[in-house]
Design a protein around this ligand. Structure first.
Ligand code: C2E
Ligand code: CA
Ligand code: CA
Ligand code: CA
Length: 272
């Protein structure tokens, strides 16, 4: 079936509402973990000078028949069951195994709001760190703004516990939810990632400029780093820097790529 951008949607809404079909995909996904069909790609997150500070791990499913499937298509299916916990563990183990290929850099991983509904997220992270001998301070955990603002006391307690282990916490997709500036100081976070929609508006939308600048000023007081997401052009990089963002991510610096390609990009002291 044709998707929005002329792309083929593998699992569409209609299919998702079909319980039997969902079960089938769930079963295939579960098998994909064992069959080694999942891949973690990496996208650089750079400093104001363009040097790579960290890499965001972004999952892909190399399906034998349907080729490379985007997380936007299968993560929602995984989130309907504890399958997301299994995938979350696979992601963190993969990141722990790969981080040696990115000397001096941190890896940022995405944690689903569903994973935060269970204590297992904390015990799993703690266990994998001990098993792999990695330190939590080498990792950033990204939690979306929507999840953070809807967090129950239990979810907040788990975020605090992860931070207690030494993970840095980033608030992802900021600006898409209902997080007031005032609420920011009550959240146990180290950085805020401003959604791409604001970055692409910077050139022509004064409201977006004011929003990003205000956020950057507040963040500075609270010792929070602002990360600009979806930087696609040199002009957007300059505008985001001027507005006060401290880190940058987007196609301008590099697309998500398999580990070895991403690592080669880090090694060649990248200047965009
Ligand atoms: P996200 O966490 O907001 O990740 C950023 C998305 O923006 C990625 O899409 C990335 O490829 C894309 N992107 C980066 N730079 C640019 C740019 O300059 N322009 C444009 N147009 N896009 C850019 P991707 O990899 O398809 O991931 C989509 C979403 O799937 C992620 O959004 C995240 O919510 C979720 N996801 C990815 N990996 C994982 C994972 O391991 N676990 C969980 N729970 N969710 C994941
Ligand atoms: Ca740096
Ligand atoms: Ca993210
Ligand atoms: Ca994001």
């Amino acid at each position: 079936k044709a998707g929005g951008r002329g792309r083929v949607t593998v699992f569409d809404e209609e299919m998702l509402s079909d319980k039997r079909y969902r079960r089938l995909v769930e079963r295939e996904l579960r098998a994909a973990v064992y069959l080694g069909e999942l891949e973690l790609h990496y996208q650089p997150i750079v400093d104001t000078d363009g040097s790579v500070d960290a890499l965001e791990g972004l999952i892909r499913w190399r399906h034998p028949v349907r080729s490379l499937i985007s997380p936007a298509e299968f993560i929602p299916i995984a989130e309907r069951s504890t399958l997301i916990d299994m995938i979350g563990e696979w992601v963190f183990k993969r990141a722990c195994a790969d981080i040696g290929h990115f000397p001096g850099r941190r890896i940022s991983i995405n944690v689903s709001g569903e994973q935060l509904k269970r204590d297992e997220i904390v015990t799993m992270c703690d266990r994998v760190l001990r098993e792999t001998g990695r330190s939590a301070s080498q990792f950033i955990i990204e939690i979306t703004e929507t999840v953070a603002t809807a967090a129950t006391p239990e979810v907040l307690r788990r975020i605090e516990a992860l931070r207690g282990l030494g993970f840095h916490i980033a608030l992802d997709d900021f600006g898409t939810g209902h997080c007031g500036f005032n609420y920011l100081k009550s959240l146990p976070i180290d950085s805020v990632k401003i959604d791409r929609s604001y970055i692409s508006s910077l050139a022509h939308d004064q409201v977006a400029q004011i929003f990003v600048s205000a956020l950057a000023q507040i963040a500075r007081i609270q010792d929070i780093t602002i990360v600009a997401e979806g930087v696609e052009t040199a002009a957007e990089f300059t505008l985001a820097k001027t507005a006060g963002c401290g880190r940058f991510q987007g196609y301008f610096f590099g697309r998500p790529a398999p580990r070895d390609k991403a690592s080669a990009l880090c090694a060649t002291a990248h200047e965009p």
